[in-house]
Design a binder for this molecule. Structure first.
Ligand code: SF4
Ligand code: SF4
Ligand code: SF4
Length: 262
């Protein structure tokens, strides 16, 4: 008997599994890429604060490459490559499965609060960069939950000298279990950098609004970062190019198109 799977559905399934495979590989082999990229940002502001010329370190070069990729392709790094983002996805899926099994529900963050909470990451970025500018970059690293993640993923369990960072890391894990992409959406300073970048993507998500089902919010409700393509252009820098909205739309109304066809 011939397999009559819709080719569009098949493509979306392939996309979904490809993303999972890429996330696993990146978690295993490039877990600290995001924190290295942010170290590059911190180095730039530390050098500025000291009035020193910028050294083109490996960190700074990684930052530039990731920013270049984001400008061209959107935040594909966040959706597909970043190990901390992947950790958030997996913890949220695990907590969802546990809640389903125990027939329990956690209170949801009201949708109206989300745009305000999303702005916290810009404040976080500002405070960290100011501290780096003032020569306190070492203090930031000492107390950063990313330090714990980087050490653990490198197989180094000597984390006892970072008590504040441990507490913050545990709080983030709880947040990740509660709200999808909790850290990415609300607090990640690297995510703030990415969402502030100008976007000239080769491909961009397009929603044919005129063909939408009235009052349908399926794409927004399923979006890990709570946005609806085309609804508010100011929030589109939040899109992490995960492709979930394309998968859940009952009318298959969202697709990838060259930016010019929007
Ligand atoms: S927002 Fe931050 S933690 Fe989340 S995927 Fe992007 S770089 Fe990683
Ligand atoms: S808008 Fe779509 S592709 Fe972008 S983050 Fe939300 S679900 Fe993923
Ligand atoms: S899920 Fe599809 S039909 Fe519903 S609002 Fe989103 S794009 Fe429109």
């Amino acid at each position: 008997m011939k397999n009559k799977t819709n080719p569009k559905l098949r493509t979306r399934k392939i996309l979904r599994w490809s993303r999972i495979a890429v996330q696993i590989l990146c978690f295993l082999f490039a877990a600290s890429l995001f924190s290295q990229a942010f170290n590059g940002v911190k180095e730039v502001f530390t050098a500025m604060g000291k009035g020193e010329p910028l050294s083109w370190s490996a960190f700074v070069l990684r930052t530039l490459v990731l920013c270049g990729v984001t400008i061209l392709l959107g935040r594909i790094f966040c959706g597909w490559v970043c190990a901390f983002g992947a950790l958030g996805d997996w913890i949220y899926q695990l907590s969802g499965a546990l809640l389903k099994k125990t027939k329990k529900k956690l209170p949801k963050i009201p949708l109206a609060w989300i745009p305000w909470l999303q702005k916290c990451k810009y404040l976080m970025l500002f405070v960290i960069l100011l501290l780096c500018f003032l020569g306190k970059g070492g203090w930031v690293t000492q107390n950063s939950p990313w330090t714990i993640f980087s050490l653990l993923t490198a197989g180094n369990f000597a984390i006892g000298k970072f008590p504040v960072a441990i507490v913050l890391f545990v709080l983030l894990l709880i947040g990740m279990a509660w709200e999808e992409r909790f850290f990415c959406k609300f607090f990640c300073p690297m995510g703030a950098v990415f969402s502030l970048l100008p976007e000239f993507p080769v491909f961009s998500l397009k929603r044919k609004e005129e063909q939408c089902i009235p009052n349908c919010k399926a794409c927004k409700m399923n979006c890990p970062v709570s946005i609806k393509i085309g609804e508010d252009p100011l929030t589109e820098g939040e899109c992490i190019r995960c492709g979930r909205c394309m998968q859940v739309c009952p009318k298959k109304n969202i697709s990838l198109f060259p930016k010019g066809e929007r």
